[in-house]
Design a protein around this ligand. Sequence first.
Ligand code: HEM
Ligand code: HEM
Length: 176
Amino acid sequence: MKYSISLRVVHWVMAALIFGLIAVGFYMSNIDPDASDKYELYPIHKSLGFIVLMLFFVRIVTRLKSHVPTPPEGLQRWEVRLSHTVHGLLYVSMFSMAFSGYMMNSTYAYVEGLDMFGLFTVPDITAKSEYWNGIFHTVHEYTAYTLVGSLVLHLAGVVKHKFMDVSENDVLARMV
Ligand code: HEM
Ligand code: HEM
């Protein structure tokens, strides 16, 4: 039994966006502040990050409405518990990253709204505040580590069940 086609599509689209955002996020925040291209990546990162925030809500609704397959029968109880915990962490950190990013922008005094690829502007939802900007920046930075850590576990689980387990436990087949 596979995940529904809509959950599979949204899983892979978000996975691609999130891998890109992690790479670009670490790269852009670590390059020299005086480098000429330092701020060229920020608008792209922010716009794609906001798309992830919107897709997150689409995903939650889709998940609530569609049938979610039960874990393969052959899995140990601890494996099921661990995979549910990791999925939970992934959902929380996905949301926290995208929301804290948007809030960082919304509280940042030097921009008005979030420019989406020059097409339209998403309005701010807060007052400008240096204090809150700092808080959301810290949340964004620390959740990045939680996200990367849970992703490592997520991928380790997929690889284990694909290559070091009986074929009935291959969870990847349910997501492709
Ligand atoms: C799931 C979505 C997102 C992911 C996975 C992500 C990932 C990251 C990562 C890994 C970093 C580097 C770590 C850090 O210094 O904080 C970063 C930095 C940053 N992100 Fe995101 N991000 C996301 C969404 C957003 C959104 C929606 C915005 C704004 C609208 C945003 C704005 C920023 C900014 C301004 C920085 C640079 C902070 C600095 O210069 O220190 N991000 N992001
Ligand atoms: C190459 C990268 C990835 C692979 C191979 C992969 C693979 C999978 C597989 C096979 C499942 C189904 C697990 C099961 O049946 O129990 C799954 C579920 C899931 N994946 Fe990924 N994934 C990847 C990237 C990501 C990323 C980047 C995220 C988010 C940050 C993510 C979040 C999730 C979540 C939350 C679930 C649980 C789905 C649900 O039950 O709602 N995955 N993934």
